[in-house]
Design a protein around this ligand. Structure first.
Ligand SMILES: [Zn+2]
Length: 424
């Protein structure tokens, strides 16, 4: 069988013919050789203008140019073609459009190669992909960027019923990203990324939906978020009808933080007095009791015997766990009120601060029961965890655009450019 037959099968190009194929020695590519595949346009077919997409008269040829294609058996493959310049009535003299790469693209990569590299880039770090296929990091980035741009343009944004809004720190020094996810049943994907945690960033998400012709106020019924003011403000304004749920994860996280503050202060005070009962107690107190082993439980019980501020705080925090067992928002509300009253009398300032914010956002917390616990933001945290893993795995995402591209690529479930053949 001829290579040409194979090429026609895996990568047919309408209006063009595969010509001569030769093996060229090239020290710059892996294994020292490269397959060069000549392409020419079918006789009588007219060139397509890259400006308007209409057929036009040919003007002249540009010199032959190489387009990198998917490697075969570790051998680099290059399509070689001399582009026509088209004398277009509407656009003037323009370069012709060819089906193996993007209209007007100056990239030396074919679409097939870009999709190929981008698929690998979902599994490996970009550096690993670059090394494996002997291309530059920049090429992998361009490939992923191209596939993501296509995906964002062609994705379907209809039928979004539930969203989660969350922030994630992406660099040292409190640099945040605001992420919006779709949380409809199995359809969980990243919808939008913006820099910082501002009103403007989140508004960008709604602008995007509006541009896509989505009537979000009608379709989005559930929103999960934390208590960040800017988010609350935008959600109240843009989705007044939606059920806004403050999620359990953030409440528990805030309480743990408050408990830890009480513990740290007291531990310092006690150790100054020469008593180290709270030494190395941090994880004993912060971890759920179920997850402690025998020895740790024993040590925890010993601590709990003492009349300490930390112990009182611990017991209060533990007792709030019962809140999540309720079924009706009314009873949960009564429990929450009673709990807050108790905390407010406790003279434990960090906890009082949390209780105050819980009181303030009482209705949003109870919406969790009204949503029948369906849209618990644990889902959001799960997605955020993936984002953080991506940060760690990805070397060289120092710029925001690269980071953005990587996250959409990984978590956006975006459609890919269609190819006749799956190369990987
Ligand atoms: Zn044109």
């Amino acid at each position: 069988m001829l290579l040409k037959t194979l090429l026609n099968r895996v990568h047919p190009v309408k209006g063009f013919i595969y010509g001569k194929i030769k093996l060229v020695e090239d020290v710059l590519v892996p294994n020292g050789m490269r397959l060069e595949v000549q392409l020419r346009s079918r006789a009588g077919s007219r060139g397509i203008c890259s400006g308007c997409g209409k057929a036009g008269g040919t003007y002249d040829h540009l010199p032959s140019r190489g387009f990198d294609f998917v490697p075969l058996w570790g051998i680099a493959v290059m399509l070689v073609y001399a582009l026509w310049r088209i004398d277009c009535r509407a656009c003037g003299v323009k370069v012709e459009r060819v089906p193996w790469c993007d209209p007007g693209s100056k990239s030396p990569m074919t679409t097939a190669l870009m999709v190929f590299l981008a698929r690998w880039a979902r599994l490996l770090s970009w550096w690993q992909v670059a090394t494996m296929f002997a291309v530059s990091w920049e090429s992998v980035y361009r490939a992923v960027e191209h596939v993501v741009a296509y995906g964002l343009k062609h994705r379907d944004l209809s039928g979004i019923g539930a969203i989660g809004v969350d922030e994630v720190a992406h660099a040292k020094g409190h640099k945040y990203l605001t992420l919006v996810y779709q949380l409809d049943g199995p359809c969980r994907r990243l919808l939008h990324i913006s820099r910082g945690r501002s009103v403007k960033g989140l508004l960008g998400f709604f602008c995007m939906l509006k541009r896509a012709g989505i009537d979000y106020a009608k379709t989005i019924q559930f929103v999960c978020s934390d208590m960040w003011k800017a988010y609350l403000k935008v959600i109240a304004k843009k989705l007044p009808e939606a059920l806004h749920i403050l999620d359990r994860f953030h409440i528990v996280a805030n309480l743990s933080k408050a408990l830890d503050q009480v513990r740290a202060e007291e531990a310092r005070k006690l150790s100054r007095q020469g008593w180290d009962v709270l030494k190395r107690s941090r994880w004993l107190l912060l971890r759920r009791r179920k997850r402690l082993n025998g020895r740790q439980r024993f040590k925890l019980r010993q601590i709990l015997q003492w009349d300490l501020r930390t112990v009182r705080a611990y017991i209060l925090v533990e007792s709030l766990q019962a809140l999540w067992e309720y079924r009706s928002p009314k009873h949960a509300g009564q429990f929450l009120d009673a709990w807050c009253r108790q905390v407010m009398r406790s003279r434990l300032e960090p906890l009082k601060k949390v209780a105050k914010s819980l009181r303030k956002h009482r209705e949003l917390i109870l919406n969790w029961y009204r949503a029948k616990k369906l849209y618990n933001c644990g889902i959001v945290e799960g997605l955020n965890l993936q984002v953080k893993l991506r940060f760690r795995k990805a070397f060289g995402f120092r710029t925001f655009p690269a980071l953005e591209v990587a996250l959409y690529h990984q978590l956006g479930h975006l459609p890919e450019p269609e190819l006749a053949h799956k190369f990987c």
